[in-house]
Design a protein around this ligand. Structure first.
Ligand SMILES: NC(=O)c1ccc[n+]([C@@H]2O[C@H](COP(=O)([O-])OP(=O)(O)OC[C@H]3O[C@@H](n4cnc5c(N)ncnc54)[C@H](OP(=O)(O)O)[C@@H]3O)[C@@H](O)[C@H]2O)c1
Length: 309
C-alpha cells in the first residue's frame, strides 16, 4: 500500500526477493495471518506514520509460516528446508504479506510437524500476545481466577487455552453465539457481555485481559481484586487505564507484544503437545486479501483468519 485508506488501498505488486542480512533467514511463505493491527495501520493509525516515514510503500503483515530458503552467515539455529513460523520484526516493518519474507532468526521457532502452516501462521502475534500478557506481564499462576474478554477472538482463544494450561479458573466473555466455542476451548464459565457487565458477575479476579477498552475499562478494573492485574490491549486507552487503575488500587496497564523467538518456542511446544490449538475460521488467498481485511474489520472473527500463499 502507498497511502492509508480502506481495504481497496491494498495492491498486489511484483517486487525483488528480499536480501537477508547475516542474522536473518529468507522464508518462502506458505501462510500468513491477518490481525486488527494490520487494519489499523492500513487505515493510517497504529504503526502507519512510523512505517511510512521510512518507506515509500508499506508491505503489511507480521505473522508468517513457511520454509527456510536461505540462511544468514551468523544463523546457527535454522538450516535450509526447515519449516519455521513467527511474528517478524514487530513493532517494526514485518513485510509478511509476501511470497518471501526476510526474518531475524531470533523471531522464529520451528513449526511443529503435527500442525499445518495455516495453523502455525495463526499462532504468532495473537498467541504471543496471549502468552506475554498471561506469563511475562501478568505472571499468572496456578489456582488463580482469570477473566479473558473477547475470548472467541484471535488473542482471546489462545489466552483461554494458555490460561487453562497454566492451571487457572477461566471466566470468558463473548456474545451468546460464541458461548459453546469458548466453553469447548476450555473456559470454566461464560459471560454474555451483551447481557451482563463483567463486574456484575466477578469482582475478585487475579487477572483480567481487556482487548476492548473504552467503556469496558471500568468494568475490567472492577472485576479485578485489590492489587490484581488488568492488561489493556488497544493502545488508544493506555493513559486512561493507568490513571484509573491507580485510583482503584489495581495494577492496570497497556503493553505491546514484541517479537520473541523464545516465546515462540514455548508456543510451538504447546502446539506440538496438543495443549493449545489454532482455530482457523477462514482461509483466504492473495487475490481475496481485501475480503480478509473486511472480515477482521467486522470485529466478529472467531479465532483467526489466514492467507494461504
Ligand atoms: N497491545 C498489543 O500488543 C495487542 C496485540 C494483539 C491485539 N491487540 C488488540 O486487541 C484487540 C483484539 O485483538 P484480536 O486479534 O483478538 O481481535 P479479533 O480476533 O478481531 O476479535 C474478534 C472477537 O472479539 C469479540 N468481541 C468483540 N467485542 C467484544 C466485547 N465487547 N466483549 C467481548 N468480546 C467481544 C467477538 O466476539 P463476539 O462476536 O461474540 O462479540 C469476536 O470473536 C484489537 O484491538 C487488537 O488491535 C493488541
Amino acid at each position: 500500500m502507498k497511502e492509508a485508506g480502506p481495504a481497496e488501498t491494498l495492491e498486489l505488486a511484483e517486487l525483488p526477493k528480499p536480501v537477508i542480512n547475516e542474522y536473518e533467514v529468507l522464508i518462502r511463505t506458505e501462510a500468513f495471518s491477518i490481525n486488527p493491527v494490520d487494519i489499523k495501520t492500513r487505515n493510517g493509525k497504529s504503526l502507519y506514520n512510523e512505517l511510512k516515514s521510512q518507506n515509500p510503500f508499506i508491505i503489511l503483515g507480521w505473522d508468517v509460516s513457511g520454509i527456510v530458503e536461505e540462511v544468514g552467515k551468523e544463523v546457527t539455529q535454522f538450516k535450509v528446508g526447515d519449516e519455521v513460523f513467527g511474528m517478524v520484526n514487530f513493532p517494526g516493518h514485518g513485510k509478511a504479506y509476501a511470497e518471501y519474507v526476510a526474518a531475524p532468526a531470533t523471531d522464529l521457532a520451528l513449526k511443529p510437524a503435527n500442525i499445518l502452516h495455516e495453523e502455525a501462521a495463526a499462532a504468532t502475534l495473537a498467541a504471543l500476545t496471549a502468552w506475554q500478557a498471561l506469563v511475562t506481564h501478568g505472571k499468572v499462576s496456578k489456582g488463580q481466577k482469570v477473566v479473558i474478554q473477547a475470548a472467541s477472538g484471535g488473542v482471546g482463544h489462545y489466552a483461554v487455552q494458555i490460561a487453562k494450561y497454566l492451571g487457572v479458573y477461566v471466566i470468558a466473555t463473548s456474545s451468546a453465539g460464541n458461548k459453546d466455542f469458548v466453553l469447548n476451548i476450555g473456559a470454566d464459565e461464560h459471560i454474555d457481555y451483551k447481557k451482563h457487565r463483567i463486574d456484575e458477575v466477578v469482582n475478585d479476579a487475579d487477572f483480567v485481559l481487556d482487548p476492548i477498552g473504552a467503556e469496558n475499562i471500568d468494568p475490567s478494573l472492577n472485576a479485578a481484586k485489590k492489587n490484581g492485574t488488568v492488561i489493556m490491549l488497544p493502545s488508544f486507552f493506555k493513559d486512561e487505564i493507568a490513571q484509573k487503575a491507580k485510583a482503584k488500587g489495581v495494577n492496570g496497564f497497556y503493553f505491546s507484544v514484541r517479537s520473541n523467538g523464545d516465546d515462540m518456542k514455548q508456543i510451538a511446544d504447546l502446539l506440538a503437545k496438543g495443549l493449545i490449538h489454532s482455530h482457523v475460521s477462514e482461509v483466504f488467498s492473495f487475490d481475496t486479501i481485501k475480503e480478509a481485511h473486511k472480515q477482521i474489520e467486522t470485529g466478529r472473527t472467531v479465532g483467526k483468519i489466514v492467507v494461504k500463499v
